[in-house]
Design a protein around this ligand. Structure first.
Ligand code: PRT
Ligand code: ZN
Length: 298
């Protein structure tokens, strides 16, 4: 890389766009991006953003035109398996799983078809936008099922007589219901992921990439993390750490005028429910405060 800038491919306009830009902003990246421009220029770090269609992201990273990309695991895997199939090396790796873009890649059968499992579709046809992932799954099960590729609106394939079943992304399930389809086996649990080119970077650039990945990890941890403070009987500390999921060693602070009660401070990396607070109260904790964490670097 002659210009020493690192390019990150993100979706131009779609379900991942706002989450991706907001994640990078939370990592401290300030960028200028004129509407309809392909590139957003990083102002305070050597990262530039390339705004593209999500399907182009694995190719851009594969060809090292972008060094990083944020894309659905479904898209990253489809390309990866496609390369495997063509006996070509995949030149990117999945570096980080993110907490947005959640969906399932699942089979679905027409409600009145009597199908409820993929094994019943021997000799039949499945429509999908993910032919490589689906073929691999079917091959592993040693089934003889044809695949017809649809680039969009896969759910209409059975009613058009193009396929007996489909395999498509599902989130709420409303689209399947609206087309009288019943959800079947899930073949992939997908979220957005960060992919990185396997081409080696200069030392300085690699340092920036590592720093960004570390900050992304910090942002993800912080989203669920809470700082919890309470007063509690000294002999209940062990039970408290058991009740609070994802905690490390708590900080114990003595209180003026008592040796039995202490102040306990702890960072909890999972969601805290009311039930947990009630359980803490029942073992003698009081003045329980749960506050959000702004930033975290582990
Ligand atoms: O223009 P471009 O090619 O960039 O965008 P796109 O239209 O291909 O992608 P987009 O923005 O729809 O989705 C981007 C990524 O979001 C996908 O690759 C997935 O990783 C993730 N994602 C999460 C989803 C969904 N949820 C989702 N529900 N992508 C698509 N859907 C579609 C699905 O295909 C089906 O048509 O939504 C419908 C089902 O939704 P429910 O809620 O009715 O079940
Ligand atoms: Zn797309």
């Amino acid at each position: 890389m002659s210009d020493k800038r690192i390019k990150i491919a993100i979706q131009k306009s779609g379900r991942l766009t706002e989450h991706s830009t907001s994640l990078l902003q939370k990592c401290g990246l300030i960028f200028s991006h004129a509407k309809d421009q392909l590139i957003g220029y990083g102002e305070n770090m050597p990262f530039d953003l390339m705004f593209v269609r999500d399907d182009d992201i694995p190719d851009l990273v594969q060809d090292n035109l972008c060094q990083l990309g944020i894309v659905g695991l479904n898209v990253a895997m489809e390309k990866q398996i496609g390369l495997e199939d063509a006996k070509k090396a995949c030149a990117y790796s999945i570096e980080q799983t993110l907490d947005f873009g959640q969906c399932l890649l699942a089979f679905a059968y027409p409600e009145d078809s009597g199908y409820s499992a993929i094994e019943q579709l021997e000799g039949k046809t499945i429509a999908t936008s993910y032919p490589f992932i689906v073929s691999k799954y079917i091959d592993e099960k040693k089934l003889n099922i044809k695949i017809t590729e649809f680039s969009g609106a896969v759910e209409v394939a059975p009613s058009l007589g193009k396929a007996e079943a489909i395999c498509d992304l599902v989130s709420s399930g409303a689209t399947l219901k609206a087309h009288n389809l019943t959800q079947g086996e899930t073949i992939l649990d997908s979220t957005a992921v960060v992919i990185q080119s396997n081409n080696s970077l200069g030392d300085k650039e690699q340092l920036w990439v590592s720093k960004l990945l570390e900050r992304i990890n910090g942002v993800l941890q912080v989203r669920e993390s809470k700082y919890i403070m309470m007063h509690a009987p000294k002999d209940s500390i062990h039970t408290i750490t058991e009740l609070l999921p994802g905690t490390e060693s708590p900080t114990i602070i003595p209180l003026e005028g008592t040796s039995e009660i202490v102040a306990v401070h702890v960072v909890c990396k999972e969601t805290i429910f009311w039930e947990t607070l009630e359980d803490l109260k029942s073992i003698g904790a009081s003045s329980i405060l749960v506050v959000p964490v702004e930033k975290m670097l582990m």
